[in-house]
Design a protein around this ligand. Structure first.
Ligand SMILES: NC(=O)c1ccc[n+]([C@@H]2O[C@H](COP(=O)([O-])OP(=O)(O)OC[C@H]3O[C@@H](n4cnc5c(N)ncnc54)[C@H](O)[C@@H]3O)[C@@H](O)[C@H]2O)c1
Length: 319
C-alpha cells in the first residue's frame, strides 16, 4: 500500500511512518519542517526515515495548494494519515493566524486534493482539546463539543465537521482521532514531559500550572500508533467516525512530576502558577468505542512510558 503521511517529521508522524515502513508499505512523507520547535529534532527523525528505500519526502507547506498537489500528481496514493498541523494550545493565543493556515486551509486543501485525485481513505488527527471546558469525565465521543476554549481546539473541531461534509458529499471515508496527551521517545519539546525533564536536569525550575491541580490522560505513543494503524485498516469499512485515543487512566500532575523525579533520581524545583488561558484542568478519555470498533487497547502505563522517554532523552541529548 502507498500511504501519504503528513507531518511525517513530527513526533507522531515519525513513529507512524516507521511502523508503516516496518510493515513493508510505501510511505510518502510531507512536512514543512517549521521552527515552532527545534527543526534539528525534525531533521533527525527524517534522517532515520530516509534510510528506508520505501520512504520518499516532500518539504512543503500544505497551506499552499499548488505545491501540495504535486504529491498527488506524482504518486498513486492509497490512504492518507493527516498529522500535519500547528499543535499547541498555548501558542494559539500568541499566533492565531498560523492555526488558520495550517489547520484550516491545509486541511481543506487535503480534502480537495483527495476528492480531485480520487483518494478515498483518510485518518486525521483531532484532539482531546475539542472537549473544551466540559467538566463531566470521562469524555465520550458523542458529547456536544460546541464550546472550545482555544483557537487550536476550534480548528480541530472544525476539521471534524469539514471531514463530515466530504464524507456526505463525496463519499470520503474519514476517521478523526482525538488524541489525549501523547508522549514517548522523540517527543515534542513544547510538552510537559520534555520541558520538565530538561529543566530538572539543568537545575532550572519547572512551571506547575493550576497550582498542580491538573489531571492528564497521558497516552504512550506506541499505543497511539496501534490505534492509528487499526483506523487505517478499517477506515474504508467504517465510513465516517470519531474516536478517542487515550489511556483511560488520568494522572495527577504532581504524581506525574514525582514519576519523572524518580526516574531522573533528582528533585524538581517547582514554580506554582495559575491555570493558563485556553488550558483545561482535566482530561480523561472514554475509550470503549475504540475498544469495540478498532480493537484498541492501550498497554503502556505512565511509569514505564516515562522511563522509556527519559532513556531516549538521556541518550539523544547526552544528558
Ligand atoms: N502530541 C499530542 O499530544 C497531540 C494531542 C492531540 C492532537 N495532536 C495532533 O496530532 C498531530 C501530530 O502531533 P505531533 O505531536 O506529532 O506534533 P508535531 O508538531 O511534532 O508534528 C506536526 C508536524 O507537522 C508539520 N507541519 C505543521 N504545519 C505544517 C504545514 N502547514 N505544512 C506542512 N507541515 C506542517 C510540523 O513541521 C511538524 O513536523 C497534530 O495534528 C496535533 O495537533 C497531538
Amino acid at each position: 500500500m502507498v500511504y501519504l503521511v503528513t507531518g511525517s517529521a513530527g513526533f507522531i508522524g515519525f513513529h507512524l511512518a516507521q511502523k508503516l515502513l516496518q510493515e513493508n508499505h510505501q510511505v510518502i512523507g510531507v512536512d514543512n519542517l517549521n521552527n515552532y520547535y527545534d527543526p534539528k529534532l525534525k531533521k533527525a527523525r527524517l534522517e532515520i526515515l530516509k534510510k528506508h528505500s520505501n520512504f520518499s519526502f516532500y518539504q512543503l507547506d500544505i497551506a499552499e495548494f499548488a505545491s501540495f498537489e504535486k504529491v498527488f500528481t506524482e504518486n498513486k496514493i492509497d490512504k492518507v494519515c493527516h498529522l500535519a498541523a500547528q499543535a499547541g494550545v498555548r501558542y494559539s493565543l500568541e499566533n492565531p493566524h498560523i492555526y488558520e493556515q495550517s489547520n484550516m486551509v491545509g486541511f481543506l486543501n487535503l480534502l480537495e486534493l483527495m476528492r480531485k485525485h480520487k483518494v478515498k481513505d483518510l485518518v486525521y488527527a483531532s484532539s482531546s482539546s475539542v472537549y473544551g471546558g466540559i467538566k463531566k469525565v470521562p469524555f465520550i465521543e458523542d458529547m456536544t463539543i460546541n464550546q472550545p476554549i482555544s483557537l487550536y481546539a476550534a480548528t480541530k473541531a472544525a476539521n471534524e465537521l469539514y471531514a463530515y461534509v466530504y464524507h456526505h458529499l463525496y463519499e470520503l471515508n474519514a476517521i478523526g482521532l482525538r488524541f489525549f496527551t501523547v508522549y514517548g521517545p522523540w517527543g515534542r519539546p513544547d510538552m510537559a514531559l520534555f520541558l520538565f525533564t530538561k529543566a530538572i536536569l539543568e537545575n532550572k525550575p519547572i512551571k506547575v500550572f493550576n497550582q498542580g491541580q491538573m489531571k492528564r490522560d497521558f497516552t504512550y505513543v506506541d499505543d497511539i500508533i496501534s490505534g492509528i494503524m487499526a483506523s487505517l485498516d478499517k477506515v474504508s469499512d467504517l465510513g465516517y467516525e470519531i474516536f478517542n485515543l487515550g489511556c483511560a487512566d488520568p494522572v495527577n500532575l504532581l504524581d506525574f512530576i514525582k514519576t519523572i523525579e524518580e526516574n531522573l533520581g533528582k528533585k524538581a524545583k517547582k514554580e506554582f502558577l495559575p491555570l493558563q488561558p485556553g488550558d483545561v484542568p482535566n482530561t480523561y478519555a472514554d475509550i470503549s468505542k475504540a475498544q469495540k470498533l478498532l480493537g484498541y487497547q492501550p498497554k503502556i502505563k505512565i511509569k514505564e512510558g516515562v522511563g522509556k522517554f527519559i532513556d531516549w532523552y538521556r541518550k539523544y541529548y547526552e544528558a
